[in-house]
Design a protein around this ligand. Structure first.
Ligand SMILES: Nc1ncnc2c1ncn2[C@@H]1O[C@H](COP(=O)(O)OP(=O)(O)OP(=O)(O)O)[C@@H](O)[C@H]1O
Length: 611
């Protein structure tokens, strides 16, 4: 029997959850962390407390009137007192209705205000984290925390506390009345309270465990759904639907088990509480009937006493249930705290200098960099110099470190050794937003947002006028195709530009960079993914974009590379060749070898392989 019960209350914590559980946090710490977010709604705490005081008083009044009805109307069979009792009773009911309305509206306002502040704060915090965080974490889980877990924190901090207060006041009022009526019967009724607490303590621990598991599984479900649906083309092309379905199913089943465990625990807990309550009630009824027989108590007195006991148990039960609710909510609070505790790896220095518009001199000076949590150097001892207006082309095998150079230039990461400089100043001494203000990017995978074509071009400079947007589009050779879209610049483009072709997306990205008009330009394989014709087609717009700007171009397209002032060949994080196109041809190294190969095959594309 004991074994069966233990199995019934077991919460399985399987190790296959996609998302790890956060470290536990003490309730006091949860309060300390979230209390500041109640600012702005605290003025309303006073009326909420006041309503909690009046509510039980009205309840007690109603019960007291009931006693008078029994003793003065029913027992003597006299209608007289009903003339004042009826309006008094109605008055109390109306009062309680008005109070209930005010209480509902204010407490919802306070709770929702808190949620409004907290959710925005969590979103703002997550947005401010460094790229490294997003490269390590599962986006779906982060989303589930911002949307789902935030709600539970409210229970912990506000509605839970308000309910607790309400129950304590109810307890005080009813206990006072009970002691006033019959102190010995009250003591007997209270004998069960320690049993309540014991049961609540035991069960709340189990419930917390189940809730933690449930939230973790919910995070895993969102993570898999986000990954699968976000890459639906890949999933379908490789017929991985069934595999993804199984992966999703496993987490879904994990959540099901966690919810079932929680339901079983609650289902056992409820009758346990009821049993304790009924035994208390029966004991009181026994002693009460004996007192009635002895003439020490009127019938009205006994009925009122029993009604009050019923009322008394409700806050006791409520308080013990609240314990379990608290524990369940704290599982979510832990997930939010873990998110809030993440610090951006890239932070702005205290006395960071504003830059304004930079000249555009870029320098990598003995840069060494390892991605957090990895042991190999993605870049080691990389020194590069690009004077304002010049172009540096980076070539190298896949994984050589080309994109890492771009990430350091944008200060998505800081180098572990050496320094990256803009106009001679270490990026770490400059204002972060200014560093990025001075760089425009065109990436391999073009990022197109849900919105109109015009909005997408204006993304980097929202204050741009329509004329500026059109000028940027013309320079990017995008104006013609935009004009042919159903609503021109007002045509909506889907997320990630699914409604545009690769070349069109790329020209949109060039227009966006053009509109941004930054002195430094980062082009990360802007022609990759395009066929030869589309690739050639964006060369002219690219050249127009590069004119007068410092450009770092990562490319295996010979046309872009040849134009560059300098070319650096990267191999396993090191610069192995550096010079102009002609220098490198003369040196006869891997660049020259590739160039010969390309010339022989007549192809414009080149991708050096490590020799
Ligand atoms: N977020 C990351 N965390 C850990 N390691 C990373 C991360 N991004 C890149 N790396 C590693 O750093 C090295 C350099 O990667 P990088 O993306 O800079 O290469 P790349 O030359 O741009 O390659 P490609 O031409 O394929 O885009 C690789 O070994 C890669 O595995």
């Amino acid at each position: 029997m004991a074994y069966g019960l233990r199995r019934l209350l077991t919460v399985g914590e399987a190790s296959d959850a996609v998302v790890a559980a956060p470290p536990p946090v003490a309730p006091r710490e949860v309060f300390r962390r979230f209390w500041p977010y109640t600012r702005g709604g605290r003025g309303w705490f006073v009326p909420v407390v006041l309503f909690s005081l009046i509510g039980p008083a009205i309840d007690a009044g109603e019960i007291w009137l009931f006693k008078i009805v029994v003793d003065d109307v029913l027992v003597p069979r006299d209608l007289g007192p009903l003339l004042w009792l009826a309006p008094a009773y109605l008055g109390l009911v109306v009062g309680s209705g008005v109070l209930g309305f005010a209480d509902d509206v204010t407490s919802t306002w306070v709770s929702e205000r808190f949620l409004l502040t907290l959710r925005s704060a969590v979103f703002g915090h997550v947005q401010g984290l460094s790229l490294g965080f997003f490269e390590r974490r599962r986006l779906g889980d982060v989303l589930s925390r911002v949307t789902g877990d935030v709600d539970s924190v409210e229970t912990f901090l506000l509605s839970g506390v308000a309910d607790a207060l309400y129950y304590v006041i109810q307890l005080g009022v009813f206990l006072g009345l009970l002691f006033y009526l019959q102190w010995d019967l009250t003591l007997l009724a209270l004998a069960i309270v320690p049993m309540f607490w014991g049961a609540a303590r035991h069960f709340s621990r189990l419930i917390k465990k189940a809730s933690r598991e449930r939230r973790r599984r919910s995070g895993s479900i969102s993570a898999i759904a986000e990954e699968t649906l976000g890459n639906v083309a890949l999933v379908q092309a490789y017929n991985r639907q069934e595999w993804e379905q199984r992966r999703f199913g496993a987490q879904n089943l994990g959540r099901f088990h966690a919810v079932m465990a929680s339901a079983r625990i609650h289902a056992v807990y409820r009758p346990v509480v009821e049993m304790i309550e009924v035994s208390g009630g029966l004991a009181v009824m026994g002693l009460g009937t004996w007192k009635l027989a002895q003439g020490q108590l009127t019938l009205g007195g006994l009925l009122v006493f029993l009604a009050l006991i019923g009322k008394l148990y409700s806050p006791v039960r409520g308080l013990s249930r609240l314990g379990t609710v608290f524990y369940a909510a704290s599982a979510s609070a832990e997930r939010i705290i873990e998110l809030l505790d993440q610090r951006p790896q890239v932070v702005e220095a205290a006395g960071a200098r504003p830059v304004g518009r930079a000249r555009g001199d870029v320098e990598f000076d003995g840069v060494g960099f390892r991605y957090p949590g990895t042991s190999s150097w993605a870049l080691s001892d990389v020194s590069l110099q690009v004077a304002a207006g010049q172009t540096l082309a980076l070539v190298g095998a896949s994984g050589a470190g080309k994109s890492t150079v771009a990430k350091l230039q944008l200060r998505f990461y800081d180098p572990d050794r050496g320094a990256v400089r803009l106009d001679g100043t270490d990026l770490r001494d400059l204002r972060l937003s200014d560093v990025r203000e001075n760089v425009a990017v065109v990436l391999q995978e073009t990022l197109v947002f849900q919105g109109t074509v015009g909005d997408n071009i204006a993304y980097g400079r929202p204050e741009a006028t329509q004329a500026q947007i059109v000028a940027a589009a013309r320079a990017a050779d995008a104006h013609d195709f935009i004009e042919h879209l159903p609503q021109g610049y007002d045509t909506m483009v889907g997320q990630r530009g699914r409604t545009l072709s690769g070349g069109q997306c790329q020209r949109l990205a060039i227009a966006r960079a053009m509109n941004r008009d930054a002195p430094v330009l980062l082009l990360d394989e802007p022609t990759s993914g395009l066929d030869v014709r589309s690739g050639r087609r964006i060369m002219d717009p690219l050249r127009r974009l590069m004119a007068g700007r410092t450009t770092i171009v990562i490319s295996h397209n010979l046309l872009t590379v040849r134009d560059a002032t300098h070319i650096a060949v990267l191999d396993r994080g090191r610069v192995v060749e550096y010079g102009t196109h002609d220098d490198l041809l003369r040196q006869g190294g891997s660049y020259a070898r590739l160039h010969r190969l390309n010339a022989a095959s007549g192809s414009a594309a080149m991708r050096p392989v490590p020799s």
